[in-house]
Design a protein around this ligand. Structure first.
Ligand code: AMP
Length: 281
């Protein structure tokens, strides 16, 4: 596995692979790699000749400087854990990705204004900025994203819809620990005691799913909010039952081809997000 740090070297690598008619799968990550990331890499490896994984903690997607500073980083361990799963790990510096200060604004048609976007203003503009830059220098055939970040996938698909990049987006199911907690780089920030309580989010999502179509989205949402209110360990930031394409909250399951319940909640000071499809036509 090659370690590449500059855009000129990665462009060179990609150009050569393309000249050999090799397909390229690309997996962007922020490191602190876990089983969720590995699932993306495994799928990319199964479907492509060459796999590139990027590890880059992107400053422009953090609306809170403290959150950026405390984001877990362990590049050496990460590189070691993916040796057998990718051909290139791309670990650029901030200066390499942002040679000039960029304040480019993307029109994401309001998809970036709800849920995560509402509580983390500017977050998705930063995500799209870095993914746009990655897609410019890594002309992959396929790029892999996890459903764990459901809203992010919808927004990246919107970026690709503009026709600027020819990459195809592949989504990968959320990988969970045995007790149901979705793998996340932030889970390591939980104390042992709080970690035991964390599966509450997934349990609530599952119970909500069992009510889908028997109760209205309004009633299920109300029930979810009540469950979180009863649990003193969690502070619910939002719960929303949305259409999987428009991300608009739905009033009736019949309105939507696919409805997803998305939740963000704090457990101690650790912000956890998760989601589950409640209904699909
Ligand atoms: P991150 O490093 O958190 O930016 O995540 C990099 C990629 O891994 C994103 O596409 C995430 O959606 C995906 N990912 C993170 N956690 C999981 C998980 N538990 N299951 C599947 N994919 C995940």
């Amino acid at each position: 596995m090659k370690i590449i740090q500059t855009s000129s070297d990665i462009i060179h690598f990609v150009t050569f692979a393309k000249s050999q008619h090799q397909t390229i799968g690309f997996v962007p990550t922020m490191g602190a790699l876990h089983q969720g990331h590995l699932a993306l890499l495994k799928q990319a490896k199964a479907e492509n000749d060459v796999v590139i994984c990027s590890i880059f903690v992107n400053p422009t997607q953090f609306n809170d400087v403290e959150d950026y500073k405390k984001y877990p980083r362990n590049v050496e361990k990460d590189i070691d854990s993916i040796k057998s799963l990718c051909d290139v790990v791309f670990v650029p510096s901030v200066e390499e990705m942002y040679p000039t200060i960029s304040n480019k604004m993307y029109d994401l048609e309001g998809l970036d204004m709800v849920m995560e976007g509402k509580y983390r203003p500017g977050h998705f503009n930063g995500v799209v900025m870095i993914v746009d830059r990655f897609f410019e220098i890594i002309a992959a055939d396929y790029a892999y994203f996890g459903k764990k970040d459901f809203q992010q996938v919808v927004i990246i698909k919107k970026l690709v819809e503009t026709g600027k990049h020819s990459v195809r987006i592949v989504t990968v199911d959320t990988v969970r620990e045995e007790d149901g907690l979705a793998y996340s780089s932030r889970n390591v920030l939980l104390s042992a005691g709080k970690r035991k309580e964390a599966p509450f989010i997934y349990q609530t999502l599952l119970q909500a799913k069992s009510m889908a179509c028997k109760l209205s989205p309004y009633d299920i949402h109300k029930w979810v909010v009540e469950e979180f209110t009863k649990n003193n360990s969690f502070k619910l930031e939002y719960a929303a039952i949305v259409d999987a394409v428009s991300l608009k909250e739905i009033k009736d399951f019949k309105e939507s081809q696919e409805a997803v319940l998305c939740i963000a909640a704090f457990l101690d000071n650790v912000r956890l997000i998760d989601n589950l499809e409640l209904y699909k036509k």
